[in-house]
Write a protein that binds this ligand. Structure first.
Ligand SMILES: Nc1ncnc2c1ncn2[C@@H]1O[C@H](COP(=O)(O)OP(=O)(O)OP(=O)(O)O)[C@@H](O)[C@H]1O
Ligand SMILES: [Mg+2]
Length: 223
């Protein structure tokens, strides 16, 4: 699925004064490719991913993910769309502290009524791949930052989403672990024909990227 943003305008209100984040931003992230997005802190990288995922809505313009017109959906449609098609690795992980690692990564599949054996097997395979199989029954607050980050990555992949959005997925990982995670994500994109958009400060990630973009001046440019 490709991701198309057309003429996007977005601002946030701070003490009643609007802060313009995007002005007439148009871009297409091609289907089945690994796109990396760079940009200074505060330029709107997380906001961009929130718009694509339908967590937030633009004031003007259209957002399409494949044939889905995200910017025209109501709240409920956007929630379902996100559950079925998007895997999101949040900058701050957003793990639920009171349930186990295994429940965290399979919660959406459970809500969706999928077969328990299927999603549990897939979750275990992915947790093994990020070397966390021994922590399946642990609670997230007993894990290190890097371990939580790897759980968040697994959670985004368990449902086999078409589009994966990653917000600084290696920010808390040592170089070796970060590289392995990037390799794993890149492999998934190629083997399973996913569309990946990753926000990062890691210049090394360019090595795996098909396309590199920069956010700045309220827009996004291909570099
Ligand atoms: N929900 C919101 N309400 C109000 N302002 C917001 C909201 N989300 C983001 N902003 C503002 O939009 C700007 C861009 O924020 P965003 O989180 O997208 O930056 P970023 O590029 O991801 O930065 P970083 O690299 O530090 O994560 C910031 O000035 C922020 O205060
Ligand atoms: Mg951010």
């Amino acid at each position: 699925m490709d991701v198309r943003l057309e003429h996007i305008g977005k601002s946030y209100n701070h003490s009643k004064r609007p802060q313009h984040i995007f002005n007439n931003l148009s871009v297409t992230f091609p289907s089945q490719s690994f796109s990396v997005v760079f940009g200074k802190s505060g330029v709107g990288k997380s906001s961009l991913l929130n718009l694509i995922a339908g967590i937030d809505l633009p004031e003007t313009g259209e957002i399409r993910v494949g044939a889905h017109e995200v910017s025209r959906m109501n709240d409920r449609e956007r929630t379902l769309f996100r559950r079925r098609h998007i895997g999101f690795v949040y900058q701050s992980f957003n793990l639920i502290p009171v349930i186990s690692v295994l429940d965290n990564v399979t919660l959406v599949a459970q809500i969706d009524g999928k077969a328990r054996q299927d999603y549990t097997d897939r979750a275990r395979t992915l947790l093994d791949r990020v070397e966390l199989l021994h922590k399946v029954d642990e609670y997230p607050d007993k894990l290190s930052g890097g371990e939580q980050q790897r759980v968040a990555i697994v959670r985004a992949l368990v449902n086999d989403p078409d589009v994966i959005l990653c917000d600084e997925p290696t920010g808390n990982l040592d170089n070796r672990t970060g590289r392995r995670i990037l390799e794993m994500i890149a492999e998934l994109v190629r083997e399973h024909h996913k569309t990946l958009i990753m926000v990062t400060h890691s210049l090394e990630s360019k090595k795996w990227a098909d396309h590199v973009y920069h956010v700045g001046n309220k827009t996004l440019t291909l570099s």
